[in-house]
Design a protein around this ligand. Structure first.
Ligand code: 4AD
Ligand code: MG
Length: 428
């Protein structure tokens, strides 16, 4: 069986391929059946007088998404998307599809999400998810080429990774277990074993917010770098993000064009990215009319305001201690802030990276755990990392769906994962 993407190799030959009916058009005694096989679309041309009656009758009765096997001769057709079409000779139905629920008309988003298992087949969804797949591969390639070791961290955890507010708790044989909010604490433990490490997997937040930037289950890649400070961390992040964008441009151009992404904006994404301290960001936001006060977290609307000043992603660094997680290193120049950075994507796509230098001083880390009212016992192992060969290190987490939403220009991150988990959605 041949694949649509390889048709150019078979010009003039009779081939058989299998796929799903995307479209049927009948113009009197000629019909066109467009078949999608996952690697592309091919138009099959049928001429009534050249075919046995039963083949014609079967073809013109095909409904959307019927699974078919088609045999025919490949010929060049410059007007066809891949440059080739097939003159259909025989046809076999492998799986009928009566009354396919998604019709080529406008459906509401809730309807489409209820039919997500079928919606995946549509061109727009296919394009977005293919870019996601390429970006995931690019993440692995970038880190592999730089000698990072991948460490798979647990999803069931006993210690709170970020903060208590957004935990999914489950019963673990009579004990509470939390679904991982992050793999970070565990990759920190793997650093002294391998130096530079990363984890990449699903993470969970019981976000009550219903926004286009929040999922309750999202994928995050978390590199951790030994002997790197906050400055080095940001330099690494801008290289990383630029590489991911470049790979999407290089290998997913047809998908990005299909999604009508303004590619000139992506082509500008190269280091260095602008850097703004939290304190400067607050002043700038106040000038723009925001009511943010020093000490408060920068919310989604304010992130969008900040991103308006830049074509590139922008780093906001050194937030107040009070709005950030317990593990971030105190800023020696200003102990009311921590050595951290958020990377805000352009065009209002929000925070795509959260990173920091880690607190490597045992006493200060312990004090922060107490301040945050976290259960110290659960962190005994994590504190050991500061007892036995503590070392300066930094790392970050990049949210995959937000990054892919920005790269593809899709507004809502629910389309960037095959089966989104949202506050009101566990189906399908
Ligand atoms: O800023 P966050 O919470 O950082 C951490 O979890 C650190 N432990 C990472 C680290 O240093 N190893 O989350 C990191 C990124 C965010 O910048 C955002 O892109 C994404 O994860 N993210 C979400 N994406 C979708 N839905 C949500 N509810 C998200 N929460 C965070
Ligand atoms: Mg964050």
């Amino acid at each position: 069986m041949v694949l649509v993407k390889d048709l150019s190799r078979y010009e003039g030959a009779e081939v058989t391929l299998a796929g799903w009916v995307d479209q049927l058009r009948i113009h009197g005694k000629v019909a066109f059946v467009v078949v999608r096989d996952g690697t592309g679309y091919v138009q099959n041309v049928l001429v009534k007088k050249e075919l046995p009656g039963e083949v014609w009758d079967l073809a013109v009765s095909l409904s959307q998404e019927t699974c078919v096997e088609v045999t025919g001769v490949v010929r060049a057709e410059p007007r066809s998307p891949g440059g080739y079409e097939m003159g259909l000779a025989t046809l076999r139905v492998l799986g009928p599809s009566p009354e396919y629920p998604i019709q080529p008309k406008e459906h509401g988003v809730e309807f489409l999400l209820d039919h997500r298992h079928l919606w995946l087949r549509s061109s727009q969804q296919r394009a977005g998810l293919r870019v996601r797949s390429e970006v995931e591969q690019a993440i692995h390639d970038f880190l592999y080429e730089r000698d990072f070791v991948r460490v798979d961290t647990p999803i069931l955890t006993g210690s709170i990774g970020e903060h208590a507010g957004t935990l999914f708790t489950t019963d673990y044989f009579g004990e509470d277990a939390y679904l991982a909010q992050t793999g970070q604490l565990y990759v920190e433990a793997a650093c002294p074993a391998f130096r530079n490490v990363y984890c990449f997997g699903p993470t969970f937040r019981a976000e009550k917010s219903k926004t286009r930037r929040h999922l309750t289950e999202f994928w995050m890649v978390e590199p951790e770098l030994a002997f790197v400070d906050s400055q080095g961390n940001m330099a690494f992040q801008e290289e990383f993000v630029s590489y991911l964008v470049e790979r999407a441009l290089e290998r997913c151009r047809p998908e990005l064009e299909y999604l009508e992404r303004d590619l000139s904006r992506l082509e500008k994404v190269k280091p260095p990215f602008p850097r703004v301290s939290y304190t400067e960001a607050v002043a700038r936001l106040q000038e723009k009319g925001s009511r943010i006060q020093w000490g408060q977290d920068i919310g989604g609307a304010d992130e969008t305001l900040l991103s308006e000043d830049h074509d590139l992603p922008v780093f906001v660094y050194n937030y107040p201690t009070g709005v950030k997680a317990f593990y971030m290193k105190e800023n020696p120049q200003d102990p009311s802030t921590v050595l951290c950075d958020d990377l805000i994507a352009p065009e209002g796509y929000g925070e795509i990276i959260g990173g920091s230098q880690r607190e490597d001083d045992l006493d200060r880390l312990l004090a922060r755990i107490h301040e945050e009212d976290l259960p110290v016992e659960a962190y005994a192992w994590y504190l050991d990392l500061r007892r036995y060969g503590s070392f300066p290190h930094s790392g970050f987490g990049l949210g995959l769906e937000r990054t892919v939403a920005w790269i593809t220009g899709r507004r809502h991150i629910r389309e960037m994962i095959a089966f989104p988990r949202l506050i009101n959605r566990l189906y399908p």
